[in-house]
Design a protein around this ligand. Structure first.
Ligand SMILES: [Zn+2]
Ligand SMILES: [Zn+2]
Length: 346
């Protein structure tokens, strides 16, 4: 094992994020990456605000961050990677041995070691650090002229491409996206890139509705607009597919009335622990309800889509902040009324 002392962004407890010294260790079989940029994700914000993300509760300080891009500093000869090469980091480290992994559901692996996650103890550190050690399989090489500011969106875009695939063929379909934060907005772009004929977004925030339009949405509506909701409910439902990206109880239950019989709902938003759900409507309309969690090979597709400019993520980028101002960056990222994606520069 080799070691290096670096600066890293750690969370100690709710509302306590620090830029501090951290020791990175790496073996001969691992890649040492010099991190260029990282995007602050919803789960990072949850650890910052609540000391937990879903079921994962923080029990010790942890390095945050799983949306990363960097330059290879050291790579094992067998990895095919070269020092000086720019790579996008796939933060997933599934066991690759269990039945779920063998069936291609690596995202559902029960031994998944996902970067910057407190699911296990000791926690799996993230990559908001000047250097990070990785499995060579986590490193996806980028084209030499790739823009790191753009490519750092690969991880959240992978989440959205996976969701789009959960819905099946979108060509010519009418799509509803409820919740237009960073994930909802990338779903809008991914659905359009996948052939949807119409993509309508709903969000109670005016800023998010503007974001949805900037990402290509056909229209962006305030979900409290009862007149519009009535039109979508007519004749059993207007949309072929709904991507529920808000996690809000009202959006989750109303999706069933907006989707046509035999349509599909993909649940992406986490949040509401329990919902008063219209099971009867789901049943008589034979709506397919699907969960969507992280991604599998969609990470490589996301890198490709960003490099080929199939999707422009820049309307989402609200600010870039240096590593020493990390605490401030989290305060900004948590202020959803004003900011979408914040990138930390290392
Ligand atoms: Zn993320
Ligand atoms: Zn596994």
């Amino acid at each position: 094992m080799q070691q290096k002392e670096v600066k890293a962004v750690t969370v100690h407890e709710a509302h306590d994020v620090r830029c501090e010294n951290h020791v990175v260790e790496w073996s001969d079989e691992e890649v040492l990456l010099k991190v260029e940029r990282g995007g602050i994700c919803g789960s990072d914000i949850h650890y910052y605000l609540h000391g937990r993300a879903g079921m994962s509760v923080l029990k010790a300080p942890m390095v945050l961050g799983h949306e990363l891009i960097g330059i290879v500093e050291y790579a094992p000869a067998t990895s095919g990677l070269l020092a000086g090469q720019r790579v996008a980091v796939n933060p997933s480290r599934p066991c690759r041995k269990c039945q779920l992994c063998e069936q291609g559901h690596q995202n559902l692996c029960r031994s998944m070691r996902f970067m910057g996650s407190a699911q296990f103890f000791p926690h799996v550190n993230g990559g908001f650090a000047q250097y990070v050690a990785l499995d060579p399989q986590q490193c996806v090489p980028c084209q030499p002229d790739a823009d790191p500011k753009r490519l750092v969106f690969a991880e959240p875009l992978a989440v959205c491409i996976h969701a789009v695939r959960q819905a099946g063929d979108l060509v010519g379909k009418r799509v509803l996206v409820t919740g237009a934060g960073p994930i909802g907005s990338l779903v809008i772009a991914a659905a359009l890139a996948s052939g949807a004929s119409e993509v309508i977004a709903t969000d109670i925030s005016e800023r998010c509705r503007h974001l949805a339009l900037a990402m290509g949405a056909t229209a962006a509506i305030d979900p409290r607009d009862e007149h519009q909701a009535r039109l979508w409910r007519e004749e059993g439902g207007y949309f072929d597919v709904c991507f529920e990206a808000s996690g809000a109880a009202a959006a989750i239950s109303s999706a069933v009335s907006f989707v046509r019989p035999a349509g599909t709902i993909v649940q992406l938003g986490m949040g509401a622990a329990s919902v008063d759900y219209p099971v009867g409507s789901l049943l008589v309309k034979e709506i397919q309800l699907k969960g969507s969690f992280r991604f599998v090979d969609e990470f490589n597709i996301a890198v490709n889509w960003l490099e080929n400019r199939k999707i422009d993520p820049f309307p989402l980028l609200s600010a870039e902040v240096g590593i020493h101002e990390a605490a401030q960056a989290f305060e900004m990222a948590a202020d959803k009324a004003r900011y979408a994606k914040i990138q930390i520069v290392f």
